[in-house]
Ligand binder design. Structure first.
Ligand code: NAG
Ligand code: NAG
Ligand code: NAG
Ligand code: NAG
Ligand code: NAG
Length: 421
């Protein structure tokens, strides 16, 4: 009996190891087995922030996500080519991690064939690039900005054929008409509550909280409220319960898609939350929203005062005719978050494009990223935003371990950390 158990145990262990080994050998290491024309990528900064944590090790992410090209090989191992980092085709830098770095923390040798790529998913206003060493440094940009060499936005718009049509700097939207879906019409007629806001970061640098407070005051006389769910309000809807968003479909007329700072093209998954549910987004951000949303599908809080907005809300809640017009786009478009899949594939695809061969670099990179970077007042402490709750918890724990290292991530101002250093 004992020996059978022992035999089974050994079999199990060896099976597990061989499965792990096969995976490892196939996908992660056998460089001679990789297809020719592999793009070797070194992540200079770690996996801790988006989009790096989607990239995985080796080719794994591109294989798993069924990308059209998978010849990109990712590693954080600077010794991969025996310490010669000039052998990498691309070196990726995450903007969230580079402010504390000094010259000696950057690659020592640089080959002219290599491209250094600047990534950032965090708003430029929150994470400016301060250090002068980054001017004339990056060859390529990959950010949420639509004029990046590789745009990796938080929002993707598809047409009814499933083709990606947006966001784009110039959009040619089809104008929606009346709601034709009977069930949707019923749901819209059934709504009873005014405004919902899911928010976990109470502080921000664009006074969104003050706007919300004023809007609430303006809604008070009508007996309407902004229901605030999450850390910054009285209500909870645990994200573990997947049905949290059903209250948006069922109960609420409006949803606050308020960004935490104003930067060009900086719109986040807060927009998806609204567009994937039967609720009208009230947006507040630095973007030109016509690049992201069909006309007539949203309300821009920055175009109105809180008092005017309250009147609009009351009017729309009283008129199915007027309110339902906000949903006409649903016959033509769908919205999704491309962060985890399409954006990852887009990166590998872009590295294979012919245009990638052309020499290029950003001369005054700091002001490309944030034109007024020298003036920006980062005095109001910024609180980080995460796409993924699990990642947020992990990163928070990591930050506790690395307080000193991390303090440089959120500088008080560019001047403080040395614009010229
Ligand atoms: C992978 O993508 C191809 C087209 O590029 C598609 O035909 C196939 O069904 C996809 N497979 C999976 C598992 O998604
Ligand atoms: C950098 O390049 C020089 C000259 O080619 C070489 O001597 C040195 O070993 C290189 N350093 C590293 C870290 O690769
Ligand atoms: C509308 O509300 C009624 C009563 O609460 C409910 O019975 C019905 O299922 C709802 N309809 C829809 C489409 O949600
Ligand atoms: C979500 O589902 C749970 C259990 O299934 C239920 O108790 C809860 O009331 C639901 N929440 C909403 C907002 O519908
Ligand atoms: C990358 O940028 C550097 C300057 O920052 C430049 O010297 C080099 O030629 C560029 N390389 C490519 C391949 O564009």
């Amino acid at each position: 009996m004992q020996s059978i158990r022992f035999f089974l145990l050994i079999t199990c262990i060896s099976l597990t190891f061989s499965v792990i080994w096969i995976q490892y050998a196939e996908v992660y290491r056998k460089t001679d087995k990789l297809p020719s024309g592999v793009k070797y990528i070194l992540l200079w900064t770690q996996y801790d922030f988006a989009p790096f944590y989607y990239f995985g090790n080796g080719q794994k992410a591109f294989v798993d996500k069924n990308c059209s090209v998978i010849n990109c090989y990712v590693t954080t191992d600077r010794d991969y080519f025996n310490g010669d980092t000039t052998k990498f085709d691309f070196i990726f830098f995450n903007g969230r991690n580079i402010n504390p770095l000094t010259k000696s923390d950057l690659p020592l040798n640089r080959s002219t064939h290599q491209k250094y790529i600047y990534f950032n998913m965090e708003s430029a206003d929150n994470i400016p690039v301060c250090n002068k060493i980054y001017d004339d440094f990056f060859n390529v940009t990959a950010t949420y900005r639509l004029d990046s060499d590789i745009p990796i936005p938080y929002v993707q718009v598809k047409n009814t054929h499933g083709k990606v049509v947006g966001p784009n700097i110039e959009m040619d939207w089809i104008l929606g008409g009346a709601v034709t879906d009977e069930e949707l019409a019923m749901r819209l007629k059934n709504k009873t509550k005014a405004v919902a806001w899911f928010v976990s970061n109470c502080k921000s640098r664009n006074n969104r909280r003050e706007y919300v407070n004023s809007l609430q005051k303006a809604l008070d006389p009508y007996g309407l409220s902004i229901d605030i769910y999450g850390k910054c309000g009285p209500l909870t809807c645990p994200r573990k319960q997947k049905n949290c968003s059903t209250i948006l479909d069922r109960d609420y007329f409006f949803y606050l898609s308020f960004e935490n700072s104003f930067s060009e093209d900086y719109v986040t998954e807060k927009l998806i939350t609204a567009m994937q549910h039967d609720v009208v987004p009230i947006v507040y951000g630095g973007a030109d929203y016509s690049r992201f949303l069909p006309p007539g599908s949203y309300i821009n809080a920055r175009d109105t005062t809180p008092n005017e907005l309250a009147v609009t809300i009351v009017e729309l809640m009283k008129s199915y005719q007027k309110y339902s017009r906000f949903f006409g786009w649903k016959s033509y478009y769908t919205f999704r978050d491309p962060s985890n899949n399409d954006n990852v594939c887009a990166v590998c695809e872009a590295l294979n494009e012919e245009s990638m061969e052309k020499p290029k670099y950003y001369k005054q990179f700091r002001s490309w990223w944030l034109p007024n970077f020298e003036q920006v007042d980062l005095g109001k402490k910024y609180v980080s935003v995460f796409l993924d709750l699990k990642k947020a918890v992990e990163a928070r724990e990591e930050r506790h371990k690395n307080r000193d290292r991390d303090s440089g991530l959120y500088p008080d101002s560019c001047a403080k950390i040395g614009i010229d250093g």
